[in-house]
Design a protein around this ligand. Structure first.
Ligand code: CAA
Ligand code: NAD
Length: 289
């Protein structure tokens, strides 16, 4: 593999997990945030997660310490200029992501591979914004990154074959099973998962059921680890709404992409899920109250 140094942009729910698994796998990792507070919070989460893995005897203390030693934080995008791979995990907003890729295209070395963790936007548009479409892939990790085994590797018609192969090898080297995906809305998993989550909300809006009953039904009846409402709280209601709004704007005729009113109302009220302590359910730290 040519990848040695990995830049991660965004140290939120997904970025902190991606930075952590890369550092655990032996890569030198630099993670960039837009402000000190989210950077400190994200790095703190990595420390807590590593401690948990040590406590559960999934990692030794030595490996956890060595992983932390390979990880640095920065507020300067220019510090990522010499990275071999940059994985972007900032908020789900195509205009903000495109601005970022335009800057990355100007400052990174020519061979840097760009990988977006977007849940829903066209990878090709970010490649075009970077000015280096051949270097662009999607690396779509799943939440929580430390535990979920899948990574979707998304190639666009412009993606260079060697870049795709290298990105796939990176996914494997951080312990994930790569699945090839085309640059279509939601790739494989979210194209099925997000309309299912929205349908569950519509069921509750119609008064057919309650979030607790729907979740019990899908957990106990189908063996899902979480029902759709707990899962939406876990993913973030803001992120789920951004996904649906983005698709609805592009495909207004498709009824499965219409954002449910109940989701819009909760986001407007600041009830974003586990990260704010309330979404469809109340949360105490990482656990359902
Ligand atoms: N790091 C280290 N340890 C962690 C951790 C982390 N990030 N997150 C959880 N753990 C630990 C917990 O602390 C817990 O330890 P204890 O047993 O000591 O308490 C252990 O892992 C198990 O966690 P939980 O108690 O929460 O129990 P669980 O058995 O429900 O497992 C889960 C958690 C793996 C997340 C499981 O519930 C699950 O698979 N849920 C579904 C998640 C899912 O579908 N994710 C995909 C979301 S969609 C997406 O990501 C794509 C998108 O673009 C939106
Ligand atoms: P989040 O809100 O938890 O984290 C985003 C972070 O990006 C924040 O900490 C924010 O401060 C930071 N940020 C914003 N602009 C930035 C910039 N220009 N430079 C550096 N940092 C910046 O969001 P998240 O849930 O981690 O989602 C991140 C991406 O991953 C999104 O594209 C999302 O769709 C995708 N994703 C999310 C999930 C999920 O379950 N939440 C799963 C897979 C993929």
């Amino acid at each position: 593999m040519v990848i040695k140094k990995v830049g991660v942009i965004g140290c939120g729910l997904m970025g902190h997990g991606i930075a952590q698994v890369a550092a655990q796998a032996g890569f030198e990792v630099i993670v960039r945030e837009s402000a000190q507070e989210p950077l400190d919070k994200g790095l703190g989460r990595i420390g807590k997660s590593l401690n948990k893995l040590v406590e559960k005897e999934k990692l030794t203390r030595e490996v956890a310490d060595a992983s932390l030693a390979r990880l640095t934080g920065t507020l300067e995008l220019a510090d990522l200029a010499d990275c071999d791979l940059v994985v972007e995990a900032i908020i789900e907003d195509l205009a903000i992501k495109s601005d970022l890729y335009a800057n990355l295209g100007k400052l990174c070395k020519p061979e840097t591979i760009f990988a977006t963790n977007t849940s829903s936007f066209p990878v090709a548009e970010m490649g075009a914004a970077s000015g280096r479409p051949a270097n662009m892939v999607g690396l779509h990790f799943f939440n929580p990154v430390q535990l979920m085994k899948l990574v979707e590797v998304v190639r666009t018609p412009e993606t260079d074959e060697a870049v795709y192969a290298e990105a796939k090898a990176f996914g494997e080297s951080v312990g994930k099973v790569p699945v090839a995906a085309s640059d279509t809305p939601g790739f494989v998993v979210n194209r099925l998962l997000v309309p299912y989550m929205a349908d569950a909300m519509r069921m509750v809006e119609r008064g057919d059921s309650t979030p607790a009953d729907v979740d019990a039904g899908m957990s106990l009846g189908c063996g899902y680890p979480m029902g759709p409402f707990t899962l939406t709280d876990y993913v973030g209601l803001d992120t789920t709404l951004s996904i649906l709004e983005g698709w609805h704007e592009r495909f207004p005729e498709d009824p499965t992409f219409v954002p449910p009113q109940i989701l819009k109302d909760k986001v407007a009220a600041g009830k974003l899920g586990r990260k704010t302590g309330e979404g469809f359910f109340k949360w105490e730290g990482d656990k359902r109250a």
